[in-house]
Design a protein around this ligand. Structure first.
Ligand code: APR
Length: 245
């Protein structure tokens, strides 16, 4: 029922966008942060901060290398594939994601704004030289922790760490300001400034659809809230949108 109602709202939109969080990737084997088995239930958020990278680069990479390793075994799931289908059907114009796993691109979504970067890419924090995550994981695996650039600088993931500026916000705000509907998938909507994106769409009269396994602080202002697994709900939604049911 929820997916059918979402299809009705999306059919009436002319510039719908998607806004995704870690919940869309849990079915790919990548844990989320604040769900029942979320990462921040085991580790302090500080582990993903610029201060921790600066103060204890070895400890940072001990934490981050396990996270980074998970993306090399993860594949896009039905949720990612459904959003790529909705883009091909001309329904979703852009995916704005908080995720750093690159799975939307691998699923075939072409217009993706990676608000928090992408941990498949790394760079030297001193000279900016680019490195691939597989290179960095090889360095760490052979005992070089923290991974060092040829210039001697510490290599870091190309992601936004807590305490850093979200440089992609202006692009995301522009997409939100020209959208008349936002489909939120798999986010607790608790981290700013990212969580202002869906609010912006609602604020200027757009529609807000939330697909999430748990309640969010935005449920009260949403036009539609669908409690359920992204990979299930989005699969049903594509079927309705493609008039397959
Ligand atoms: N389907 C739908 N919802 C799901 C699923 C699923 N298969 N799996 C988990 N969820 C829900 C969880 O219940 C939770 O409410 O997805 C939400 C994920 O919320 P968070 O773990 O807070 O992830 P997110 O909102 O992306 O966090 C934002 O916080 O730590 C930072 O930079 C990190 O980008 C991240 C940001």
């Amino acid at each position: 029922m929820g997916a059918e109602n979402a299809a009705v709202i999306l059919r009436s939109a002319s510039k719908a966008i998607a806004f995704t969080g870690a919940g869309i990737s849990t079915a790919s084997g990548i844990p989320d942060f604040r769900g029942p088995k979320g990462l921040w239930k085991t580790y302090p958020e500080e582990f993903a901060s610029i201060n921790y990278l600066s103060d204890d680069p070895r400890g940072f990479w001990e934490f981050y290398s396990t996270r980074m390793g998970s993306i090399f075994t993860a594949a896009p799931n039905l949720g990612h594939l459904a959003l790529a289908d909705l883009e091909r059907l001309g329904i979703i114009k852009v995916v704005i994601t908080q995720n750093i796993d690159g799975l939307h691109g691998l699923a075939g979504s072409r217009n993706v704004i990676e608000l928090h970067g992408n941990m498949r890419r790394c760079y030297c924090s001193k000279c900016g030289a680019p490195y691939s995550s597989s290179e960095v994981l090889r360095m760490i695996g052979s005992g070089t922790n923290p991974p060092l650039c040829t210039c001697g600088g510490v290599i870091r993931p190309d992601v936004v760490l807590f305490g850093e500026e979200v440089k992609m916000m202006p692009k995301a705000i522009s997409a939100a300001n020209s959208s008349d509907c936002v489909l939120v998938v798999g986010s607790s909507l608790t981290v700013s400034p990212a969580n202002s994106i869906p609010y912006l769409v609602k604020q200027h009269g757009g529609r807000l659809i939330i697909v999430n396994e748990e309640r969010t602080p935005f449920d009260e202002i949403a036009d539609l809230v669908i409690g359920g697994a992204a990979e299930d709900v989005l699969g049903e939604l594509v079927a309705f949108m493609a008039n397959r049911v």
